[in-house]
Design a protein around this ligand. Structure first.
Ligand code: CU
Length: 672
């Protein structure tokens, strides 16, 4: 550890001690001194400054998802807000915040929310609509509350000439031993598929498969069934004749274990101009904790998530915004909310970080490069249960070695470092899979960086964060630094482990520098994003407990904070753009008017964030070549859509001292 790093870490510790561990007796004086310190101009110029956003009571929501729209407004999605009572009542919330109207009328607006988007995935589409897919079908049932044995089955139909068959919830299934189970959701079972074999008169019939979750009709252990996955054939009651022979269910054991959350198949586009959700085709799979990544042609790769029966799906799907429909994508297992970035050679990089669910074995979640266009996609047997990976599944996937502390791969942040042309991904912090793992720390200060432009990329350790944390937020800033803040030392802030931490990573010197500490500790279900005026929004936090001992349940923190980086406190007048092109095709040039051309040293094109659960695969900052002319600058947009996925971007002009202009929104269009 260099001396500089030691000093930085020391200073950060002092700041946190001041902020959180004030003894009651000296509290008042210390707080006053602290207040004075952080409000001094020279402190703001070196550390930045935090303020609270004043949110009227009726607009307070559980901020679980957030996206910056091309109108400059921020969509803050709660859905049920991780609140089972709201879920039961069907109370789903979305808040729209307009930073440009701060303190004025129309600053906040509630948006009608059609389904429970809690734990959906989201991504910007080329036209500026936000695709939001998945959400909550059913809350989890903890083991202590499980009253009846339950499990997932697959209903099969072997009849290619049958009509689609609807089965109501409550449909009864009988196991060979006589135990009876009832289905818990509506399903529609399609007919079997006929495939020509090439031999005249002979077709091969592939039964259709539809998943459904069932529970025992009998209470308690009477319904428990000990069996291997797929080994039990269940008869569906009430069927006769041909239907009875062709329609049945296959499943495994029925247990009294914890029942996981289940995902919905629903997908919507949020229109930022009409300010409403528009229903599009359902996905084939239910998804809860999926990741959506924009592809160069405007389509969206959608992976992972808990499906309609609460299992991590490996059936990925691709959304086409032109037809507003879904097609199956190549099958591949990822843990939930995987950090999956588009690289400039049109492959996808999984950083190794994820949030939430999936088996912990490292061989099932290696970081690596997925050549999704050349994935063979033939059905793969999955030894070892759900999400098992057969060897042939690795053929389109090149693992990237070298990640330090590889077992600490959950709830860490991942960013494509600025500028995106460098093709370097950094991971920060994180913890073990699940609540805790024997022999492993509950969180890490580790960072690691991989240069994906190299022939054989591997992770190398970066400078440590000032504290070990899970759930760190990481936001790209227009001056090519990364703002890293918040997080907790333990699972969901347990043991009062929130860290009032903020620091800035500068890729140019590969080091962190301390920033002003936020006032609110934030852990699970928290997020941050860059605003068009260069500030950073910070919100959400969903602690498991409300006290250090863990004796009372936690409450969601609805307070919102804003961070003003040092570059807005350095005394320099920010450059401004007064006019310019609103729409530019990839590879073309475009002029932007500014009286500050001489002072503009760098130009960045920044894709707005769509963030949840420590996962933001959208934000990226692209360096633009430019020339100065009399009345402004002329920029050149790179021509590679895998570097600049089509969509709306923020254009920032940045001075030598790092002061950004307010952003100008530019619509980057693909070549048709
Ligand atoms: Cu969650």
């Amino acid at each position: 550890m260099s001396r500089l790093r030691k000093n930085l870490a020391g200073a950060a510790v002092v700041a946190v001690v001041l902020a959180v561990n004030l003894p009651a007796v000296t509290g008042f004086a210390s707080r006053k001194w602290h207040e004075y310190q952080i409000n001094r101009d020279d402190y703001k110029a070196t550390h930045g400054h935090w303020t609270f956003l004043d949110v009227p009571e009726e607009f307070k929501v559980n901020a679980i998802h957030a996206a910056l729209l091309r109108t400059g407004k921020v969509l803050i999605v709660a859905g049920s807000g991780n609140n089972a009572a709201n879920f039961a009542k069907g109370t789903f919330k979305t808040l729209l915040w307009d930073p440009a109207k701060q303190g004025g009328p129309g600053e906040f607006k509630m948006i009608d929310t059609p389904v429970d988007f809690f734990c959906a995935g989201h991504v910007m589409l080329p036209d500026g609509n936000l695709l939001i897919a998945g959400g909550t079908q059913r809350f989890e049932v903890l083991k202590a509350k499980v009253k009846r044995a339950a499990g997932a089955v697959t209903v099969k139909n072997e009849d290619p000439d049958a009509r689609p068959r609807h089965l109501h919830p409550g449909t009864l299934l009988t196991a060979p031993g006589g135990q009876v189970y009832r289905t818990l959701a509506h399903i529609t079972v399609p007919p079997a598929r006929k495939v020509e074999t090439g031999i005249p008169g002979r077709v091969r019939v592939t039964p259709s498969e539809t998943k459904v979750f069932v529970e025992s009709v009998a209470d308690g252990a009477a319904g428990v069934l000990d069996a291997r996955p797929g080994s039990v054939k269940y008869a569906i009651q009430g069927l006769r004749g041909r239907e009875k022979r062709n329609l049945y269910a296959i499943g495994g054991g029925m247990t009294m274990e914890k029942q996981d959350f289940q995902g919905i198949k629903d997908a919507y586009e949020f229109d930022p101009v009409a300010e409403r959700y528009i229903k599009v085709q359902d996905m084939a799979e239910g998804r809860w904790y999926p990741t959506l990544t924009a592809l160069p042609d405007g389509r969206v790769m959608t992976v992972s998530g808990l499906d309609t029966v609460g299992q991590v799906t490996r059936d990925n799907e691709i959304y086409n915004p032109r037809t507003k429909t879904w097609r199956p994508g190549p099958k591949r297992f990822f843990p939930t909310y995987p950090a999956l970035f588009l690289l400039q050679d049109d492959t996808l990089f999984f950083s190794g970080m994820s949030a939430g669910y999936g088996p912990g074995q490292l061989e099932l979640r290696p970081p690596g490069i997925w050549d999704y266009r050349h994935d063979s996609d033939h059905p793969v047997k999955t030894p070892g249960g759900i999400g098992g990976v057969a060897p042939d599944e690795m053929e389109a996937f090149t693992p990237v070695p070298g990640l330090p502390e590889p077992e600490l791969n959950e709830t860490g942040a991942s960013v494509l470092l600025p500028p995106a042309q460098d093709q370097r991904v950094m991971v920060m912090g994180g913890g073990p899979v699940g609540e805790r793992q024997p022999g492993l720390p509950n969180s890490t200060a580790r960072t690691a960086i991989v240069d994906l432009g190299r022939p054989d990329p591997r992770y190398v350790r970066g400078p440590d964060l000032s504290h070990p944390v899970r759930y760190p937020s990481a936001v790209l800033l227009p001056d090519d630094t990364v703002f890293s803040f918040n997080g907790s030392g333990d699972y969901r802030g347990r043991g009062a482990s929130d860290v009032l931490r903020a620091e800035v990573y500068d890729p140019a010197v590969n080091a962190f520098r301390e920033a002003a500490a936020p006032a609110v500790g934030r852990n699970y279900h928290a997020e941050g994003l860059l605003l068009p005026d260069g500030r950073v929004l910070s919100m959400g936090s969903d602690p498991l407990f409300g006290d250090e001992a863990g004796s009372i349940p936690g409450t969601f923190d609805q307070r919102i904070e804003l961070y003003t980086p040092t570059y807005l406190h350095n005394g320099e007048k920010a450059p401004v753009f007064t006019d310019g092109r609103q729409s530019v095709v990839l590879g073309r040039r475009a002029g932007f008017k500014t009286p500050d051309a001489e002072r503009i040293d760098q130009v960045r094109l920044m894709r707005p964030s769509a963030v949840t659960h420590v996962t933001d695969v959208e934000q990226r900052s692209i360096r633009l070549d430019f020339t100065r002319v009399n009345s402004g600058i002329i920029v050149t947009i790179p021509e590679n859509p895998a570097l600049v996925p089509p969509g709306w971007y923020m254009l920032f002009g940045v001075t030598k001292r790092g002061t950004p202009s307010p952003a100008r929104w530019v619509h980057i269009q693909g070549v048709r």
